[in-house]
Design a protein around this ligand. Sequence first.
Ligand code: 2NL
Length: 341
Amino acid sequence: MDLLDDLKKIEKEAEAELKEVASLDQLEEMRIKYLGKKGAIQSVFSKMGQIDADQRPVVGKEANILKGKIQSWLGEHKERLEKEAAQKRFQAEKIDVSLPGSKVEAGRSHPLSLVTKELEDIFIGLGFDIAEGPEVESEYYNFEALNIPAHHPARDLQDTLYIDDHYLLRTHTSPVQVRTMEAQEPPVRIIAPGRVYRSDELDASHSPIFHQTEGLVIDKEISFSDLKGTIELIVEALFGKDRDVRFRPSYFPFTEPSAEVDVSCIVCGGEGCPLCSRTGWLEIMGAGMVHPNVLEMSGYDSDVYSGFAFGVGLDRLALLKYGIDDIRVLYENDKRFLHQF
Ligand code: 2NL
């Protein structure tokens, strides 16, 4: 047996195998194979007893040299693999600090939110509460309780979006006021802002979804002059001191008497221009004294209590206040439009 030959074979084999080692796991396998307790070098040492005594120091020396050689090969290779892995990681984690940052864009309030908030602030200042209610309503709360009879055109499929035979998308926020009256005794001082629905085709001045704020005041001895005073105050807060206010007789089933409220044109001041169709006036809300039937249906004694109510279209108010000529832009969510507010 020639152990020196064996050592040479082991060296050649290890040298070739090392080239194929591509991972730290493979490297460890190789270490065990050559340098482990049952490894190739150890097997040479364990055969030492079978060779001539004078050969033993020579073989021992060579075996130790090869052991050291393989150890240093493995060490160098390990370093190389670790460096490559680190390089790969650095490449993957590379950050180009010269790239522009990703900007967090600050949000803006929608013009409808702005006018709603403005109205809420004004009314909170006057001692009103803000009331809310469901957008899917029963025929009772949306029509019946508001003295709107069965044959009234507002109830028609043409005008109202029905969910089924008895439920519909509220056509005004009045049901919120009815629910408030049912739930509490006078005095009542509330506004009900919110989204309402009608079966309208979308065009520059109509949208099937729009927004309204209704107000309701009920107490003993509330008169039409309370209504006038309150509305004059609101108009001043919304449009400034220079505006005139005009009340025109009108009709709503839920108020008696009823009025349309006009404000002197915010563009021409009353001279007549395209915005006001040369009348000098802009119609901004409807109002009136709450009909006794409405009070009675909600459980209030109409001999003791009286009240006034009004309704403002928030979309139209937003268009007027911000000089917008098409309602559709309020619902398109085009950021170029929304970012102007
Ligand atoms: C308009 C007209 C109006 C009311 C809404 C109301 C509510 C109750 C009782 C009586 Cl619970 N009235 N609301 C009254 C008059 C007019 O709105 O043209 N809105 C845009």
